[in-house]
Design a protein around this ligand. Sequence first.
Ligand SMILES: [Zn+2]
Length: 377
Amino acid sequence: MTVKLYEENAYTARFEATVLSCEEGKKGFAVVLNRTAFFPEGGGQDADRGTLGDATVRDVQIKDGVITHTVDRALEVGATVTGAIDWETRFARMQQHTGEHLVSGLIHRTFGYDNVGFHMSDTIVTLDVSGPLTAEDITAIELSANRAVYENKAVTASFPTPEELDTIDYRSKLELSHGVRLVTIEDYDVCACCAPHVARTGEIGLIKLLSAIPYKGGTRIEMLSGLPAFLDYAALHESNREIMRLLSAKRDKTAEFVARDHDTIAQLRAENARLSEALALASFTQADTQKLPCGFTKGAAFDGMKQCLDTMGGEGAVFSDNGDGTFRYLLASETDDMRPLTKELNAALSGKGGGKPNLTQGSVQATKEDILAFLNA
Ligand SMILES: [Zn+2]
C-alpha cells in the first residue's frame, strides 16, 4: 500500500520518497514509491502532473491501494527522490472539486436530488443530478453556493468506523462500509470522496453555474469554480469589451444593442431583397431562342430571377449577369424535364448546377453571346 500524502495534507506540493520499484512499460517507466502526494485519476478527477526527480510524471493510477506513477525516464530502485506536483493545476482542481461538492450538497439539501455523474476537466466541470431544476432554481443555488464561500466554512476529511458511518447521513455513489473517506463542508455537506479538497470554502473563490439542461430525467449542470471561473470571467469580459467598442454600447447594454442591430439587419435584408427584385425586373430583356424562351437580367439573386421567370409565364430560361464573366441561371418548365438540357448547358459553357425536373439552377462561365449561341444551336 502506498502512503497517500494527499489524504494527510492536501497542500503537500513537494515531498521526498523512496523508489520501491521501477519497470519499463509501453507508456514509459512504472514507478512505485513508499509514499506520494500525487493524486491518482479517480472519482471524476484527472491524475496530478509534475516531476519525480528529473523525470516527468505522465500519469498516476491506483490499484489495490498501490499507486503507480508513469514517468518518462528510469529511476533507481532504493533511491530517495523529490516529488513536485504541478501546484497551480492541482489547486485549481481542489477549488473546482470543492465547489462541486458545495453545489451538489445544496441541491441535495434543497431538492433531495442525488449527484449521479461528475466529470472534471481543466476547462469545465460537469455534474448530473437526479431531478429537474428550473432556471430560477439554478440562480438560487448559485447564489447560496457563493454565500457559503463568503462564510468561509471549514472543509475536513475523516475516516469514520462502520459503526460511526451508520449514524451519519452522507452523500455517496457507492455502497461501502470500510475505508470510507468523508469530506465534510461545515453546515453544508457530507460526501464520500477520495480527492483532495481546499481547507475552507473561502478558498474556492467564485462559483459560476454556466448551463443547466434536462438530461436523462434529471439535470446536467456545467460549472466553474476558483481560478478557472475567474479566467472565464476575464475572457468574457474582454469579449464584451470588444462588442462594446464595436457597438459603442455600455458594458451592460451590449445584448440590447445586438438585439436592436439584429432587427435593423432583418429590415435591411428585406428591403434589399425588394430592391434587388425591382432592379432585376427593370433590367430584364427577353429573347426567343431555338431551344426555349429566354431572358437576361443583371446582378439578380434567386428571388429576382424567379420574378423575371414569372413575367415569362413561369417557363423558360433566365440568365443573370454577375459582372465577373459568369451568369447565374434558372431553367423552368411545367411539362418538360429540364435536367438533360441543364447538363448540356453545363457541359457547353463550363457550368455547374442542377435541380428538380421542372426547375434547375446553377451558373455558367460565358458571355451573353455564348449563351444565345448555345440556345440557338
Ligand atoms: Zn468528490
